[in-house]
Design a protein around this ligand. Structure first.
Ligand code: GAR
Length: 208
């Protein structure tokens, strides 16, 4: 069966990547196949997760390769094109892609963000910082969002959201863990399947 070819972009531990791999194994993701994992950080544990699952990996590091943003994106684009990628999933990818880059993949890049957008998002809000901000503001409900990526950081159309309640005594770390378990690892695979299916259907219509 023809499948949407997925590349997952990562920078760190890769628990969201693991959720995607597991969802592929269990059949939650059936319209797409993860064919490539790209890290912008050398030695990221996400790369080991990909290797353990038999998925091809690539590292494109600005730091290690002495690249500027344009050079980085050129290498990234080349790698994605060489693998005929249809859908890019940002799963803990801690770098903002330029307008020039994202325009090449309209509604073909999705991102998971650990808050209910439009709260605690945009430039500077990533990883634990998002949960620190939610706790210091004093919100009672937070969660996660999967959205399309456009030229505005965390500003693209929302695909899925799930709420998570703050509990007494929460620290940024405990909250991060609960948001991942209850929200991110659930909605990211579901959204990846939904968009994979949509892209497959669009391809079918083009051929018809
Ligand atoms: C996740 O919580 C993800 O939502 C967040 O970083 C963490 C990565 O964990 N992403 C962002 O903050 C992007 N703005 P992981 O590497 O274990 O998936």
């Amino acid at each position: 069966m023809l499948k949407t070819r997925i590349a997952v972009l990562v920078s760190g531990g890769g628990t969201n990547l693991q959720a995607l791999i597991d969802a592929q194994k269990s059949g939650i993701i059936s319209s797409g196949e993860i064919v490539l994992v790209v890290s912008n950080v050398t030695g990221a544990y996400a790369l080991t997760r990909a290797e353990n699952a038999g998925i091809e990996t690539a590292v494109i590091s600005k730091k290690a390769m002495g690249l500027d943003q344009a050079g980085f994106e050129e290498r990234l684009l080349e790698t994605l094109q060489n693998h005929s990628i249809d859908l890019i999933v940002l799963a803990g990818f801690m770098s903002i892609l330029s307008e020039r880059f994202v325009r090449q993949y309209p509604e073909q890049i999705i991102n998971v963000h650990p808050s209910l957008i439009p709260s605690f998002c945009g430039k500077g809000f990533y990883g634990l910082r998002v949960h620190e901000a939610a706790l210091s503001y004093g919100v009672k409900v937070t969660g996660a969002t999967v959205h399309y990526v456009n030229e505005v950081p965390d500003g693209g159309r929302i695909i899925a959201q799930r709420a998570v309640y703050i509990e007494d005594g929460d620290t940024p770390e405990t909250l991060q863990k609960r948001v991942m378990e209850q929200a991110e690892w659930v909605i990211l695979p579901e959204a990846a399947e939904m968009v994979s299916r949509k892209l497959l259907e669009e391809k079918g219509e083009e051929r018809a």
